[in-house]
Design a protein around this ligand. Sequence first.
Ligand SMILES: Cc1ncc(COP(=O)(O)O)c(C=O)c1O
Ligand SMILES: N[C@@H](CCOP(=O)(O)O)C(=O)O
Length: 471
Amino acid sequence: MRYISTRGQAPRLGFEEALLTGLARDGGLYVPETWPQLGKAAQARLAGQPYGAVAAQVMRPFVGRSLAGKALQGAIAEAYGTFRHQAVAPLVQIDEGLWLMELFHGPTLAFKDVALQLLGQLYDRVLKARGERITVIGATSGDTGSAALEACRDRAAIDIFILHPKGRVSEVQRRQMTTIDAANVHNIAIDGSFDDCQDLVKAMFNDQAFRDRVNMAAVNSINWARVLAQVVYYVTGAIALGAPHRAVSFAVPSGNFGNVYAGYAAKSMGLPIERLIVGSNRNDILTRFFSSGAMKITRVTPSLSPSMDIQVSSNLERLLFDLFDRKGEKLAAAMQEFRRSGHFTAPQRHWGRVAKTFHAHRLDDRQTLAAMRDVHRRTGMLVDPHSAIGLAAALDARRSAAKSATPIISLATAHPAKFPDAVEQATGIRPALPSHLAHLMSARERLTDLPNDLARVQDFVLANTRLGHNR
Ligand SMILES: Cc1ncc(COP(=O)(O)O)c(C=O)c1O
Ligand SMILES: N[C@@H](CCOP(=O)(O)O)C(=O)O
């Protein structure tokens, strides 16, 4: 399996190189050259198998000859051994046609653990075998950061720097990052939005001298391995509800479009996914895109679902690559124009297929609180604001579908205790943190405040990574 850049100008890479490269050298994102197919017989064979076994079979064609022997299975076993639920991604039935997939049983209580616990294991094995070190630099609106730090803390071959928007993540999310006491962990609070943090990370990748000097690697979903790990729960969910014999739809609260793109990847592999339902908060660039085919960047506005306070959704570029018939040069020109003007219109050729697959729905904070309250009233369950947006989008899609018999799995992306203020505001109940995080609100915090200034952030990284001086 080879990986190609969405902008057509970077070298084709194998899995290991794509894992370590992150953003392609032409500014694009790596995607598989072709989609391996998971045929009906192969899907049927996966029924009833444990999560780890399904993960190994789904990922193997993408990993190719890397992580040979039992290395991939070993990484998977260690990664998911940290989860508090054996099923890793259990399903809970809400009504006759709607299921919630709980993706928050990992160490940091968000779906990011599913991919990042594995990424930490993969980095460990690959770096050890190659005798290399990396500097990981990532951006977070709250959840990627804590999951990445937890996965990379104390690893001998990794220094990790996480940029978060100052004052714009929940207190639990911030403390999950800043209370980690490990010499290789560095938290930076940027005076700006998540999009500013993500732009800084991409600018560091696009500074070739800098990225080479620190051997820069990515934990965000620009890294293909992140997306790949997320494909697995679409497979387990669909099979649990009857694939390959029955189609299923997924509802996904979306921000950077990594999670729902993993669903698109699963569909491209032959899984019978009817619709991918995208939920947004008031930062609704994705809803506007799927409703009209046009995108216009507006200012990021803080909301009750801070992890989705994003306007420039990185992974949309991977979908657009297909809409541009996989012509990287054309997409590169369109993306440059988008960054210059803030406007983008999708080519019409494949729009019918996109409109048939994707359905998008937007909720403001008031509607999000109402959705959380409604789930609690109907089922007794507490859901976090992001998961509530997914559920409300699922219900909206069901109402608007001509044939609504297809079951929907709505992805619960965070534990309610990560957002106790919003949950309490909606339901009057303040969810408690699980016992392994009981120390969180009293532990000492370590973080550095920096302005939204590329040179200042690069100087900080160079001064603190163990790779900054010796190259
Ligand atoms: C809890 C939660 N829900 C939803 C999202 C949006 O996911 P994605 O960025 O993959 O679209 C995020 C952030 O990524 C998140 O942390
Ligand atoms: N919502 C994310 C934003 C970063 O997205 P990623 O999937 O590209 O890492 C977060 O919680 O940090």
